[in-house]
Design a protein around this ligand. Structure first.
Ligand SMILES: Nc1ncnc2c1ncn2[C@@H]1O[C@H](COP(=O)(O)OP(=O)(O)O)[C@@H](O)[C@H]1O
Ligand code: SF4
Ligand SMILES: [Mg+2]
Length: 349
């Protein structure tokens, strides 16, 4: 499989009155042609800033300090503002949590999608309308003819998000970045949107970067996942592998907060105690150390290395390094699980 996007050592910092907010701190990953790659992490871990940095859609206070961003082999991080405008939407399209912020409230949704088409193709009005209806059908908007004439406020949240997908797809982009598109929607509607995502991937071969704070959604939708925390990737693996042998304490914490079917809704979530680091002043060592039940002294002082666990699985944790068993700390359940997984890793290598 070839990569449509390759990101190396991306760093984005906000220069604010209070100091430098290091939102993204050296992120590297690739997105394969036609795959759905999940990016998961709690709020504040840097998912949105990282993805918006890819097309430089960040606030003026933000500076992309380092990194290369290869889209179809070309480094778009060196592109001028004008060159980037020709990439945004057409090559790399984005949809967000709140579709209302991207839709024009005084224009029918059909006209908005048609306008997108007309900017970039020489179709007659009739052909444009037919294409918009076809797009609406593709994203499973029922009664497409009727919806065409409606305004955003006349549609439900789920329907607006589908219009956003139609708008994004109108340009036939190489990559669709979906930043928490289902977070504001109820579970049934969320399932419908995820189904449309899966169809886009299988029918059109769209490469999708799907951002969410919900590991259960990732498990359902994606073929691979990046786990982000404190502006860094903590673990990356295929979905099968990460559930078979999660290696990072943060990933284990996220997994513990996935509700199981038998559990009552009220008792479902076991969030990880504590809160994400202040990126104005991130910890010197592992960003998860203040919350990690397994933290050793070394973790507080020194950034953990990214350890290759085989099968394209990597984890940024001191406990996976050689000699970790000797690191001074009583073993706990999480560690025991990690060591079991590590032994499986050694079998794989
Ligand atoms: N405009 C901004 N100015 C300063 N800091 C920001 C700005 N936008 C985001 N941040 C900070 O960047 C970090 C990452 O944020 P974000 O990418 O939005 O997280 P996520 O999408 O994972 O919830 C957070 O610490 C956040 O406070
Ligand atoms: S490096 Fe240390 S603090 Fe960080 S996740 Fe691993 S054990 Fe926990
Ligand atoms: Mg976000």
């Amino acid at each position: 499989m070839s990569a449509i996007l390759e990101v190396n050592n991306l760093k984005t910092t906000f220069h604010t009155g209070n100091g430098a907010v290091q939102a993204v701190r050296g992120v590297s990953f690739h997105l394969n042609e036609g795959e759905i790659l999940g990016i998961v992490g709690e709020s504040g871990s840097g998912k949105s800033v990282m993805s918006m940095s890819l097309i430089r859609l960040v606030a003026p206070t933000a500076k992309i300090e380092a990194g290369s961003i290869l889209y179809k082999g070309k480094d778009i991080s060196t592109y001028s503002a004008r060159q980037l405008r020709s990439i945004r939407g057409k090559e790399i399209a984005m949809i967000f949590q709140d579709p209302m912020s991207s839709l024009n409230p005084v224009m029918t949704v059909g006209a908005q999608v048609a306008e997108m088409l007309s900017e970039h193709s020489r179709l007659s009005a009739k052909e444009r309308k037919a294409q918009v209806i076809a797009l609406f059908n593709r994203v499973r908007i029922p009664e497409a003819e009727k919806r065409y004439r409606q305004y955003p406020h006349e549609l439900s949240g789920g329907m607006r998000q589908r219009v956003m997908m139609a708008l994004a797809l109108a340009m036939q982009p190489g990559i669709l970045i979906a930043d928490e598109p289902t977070t504001a929607l109820d579970v049934t509607i969320q399932d419908q949107i995820l189904k449309v995502m899966r169809q886009l991937q299988s029918e059109l071969g769209t490469s999708i970067l799907f951002i969410t704070h919900d590991l259960a959604v990732v498990a359902d939708l994606c073929s691979r996942v990046l786990v982000m925390y404190g502006g860094q990737i903590m673990e990356d693996a295929s979905i099968d592998d990460i559930f078979a042998r999660p290696l990072h304490p943060y990933t284990l914490g996220l997994m513990a907060s996935i509700p199981s079917l038998e559990q009552e809704k009220a008792t479902r979530l076991v969030p990880i105690p504590g809160s994400p680091p202040d990126m104005l002043n991130p910890p010197a060592g592992c960003p998860f150390a203040p919350r990690c039940p397994e933290a050793r002294e070394i973790c507080l002082e020194n950034p953990a290395p990214l350890v290759d666990a085989g099968k394209g699985h990597h984890s940024r944790c001191w406990l996976l390094t050689e000699g970790a068993r000797e690191l001074d700390h009583p073993f706990r359940t999480v560690t025991d699980a990690m060591y079991r997984n590590r032994e499986r890793t050694e079998d794989t290598l």
